[in-house]
Design a protein around this ligand. Sequence first.
Ligand code: FES
Length: 151
Amino acid sequence: MALYSEKVMDHFRNPRNVGVIEDADGVGEVGNAKCGDIMKMYLKIDNDVITDVKFETFGCGSAIASSSMATELIKGKPVSEAMTLTNKAVAEALDGLPDYKMHCSVLAEEAIRSALNDYERKKSGEDFPEVKQDDEDEHFHCCCATDTAGE
Ligand code: FES
């Protein structure tokens, strides 16, 4: 069986919604300190509905595929629904990720949560808790050196 699903390879090779939204209503950036991968998410929100989303990911193939799929999953959705998106839902939508690459999908969940918090913060002026980073995850094993999504 192939290591990566067809969907992972498709979203890795042809990522959707790559780019920057200059006048974004919410921007979130998260990174994994151990592998050094960084994900930045931009949201355009109208009436609490996500009308546009773009991302920039500097990272492994699974992180790129996860960001691409995550943007597809939240586009056109209300903020309240996007807030509940989990990395497991992103991985499932990609028809699965290898266990040792699941943490890459966590970056997508955290980047979206961070951008939504930024939006809520701007809207209400209130302070929201910082997004938890997974660099303290004791189960984390960096695999950048062996990650070859194209193989
Ligand atoms: Fe760092 Fe995938 S996000 S190896």
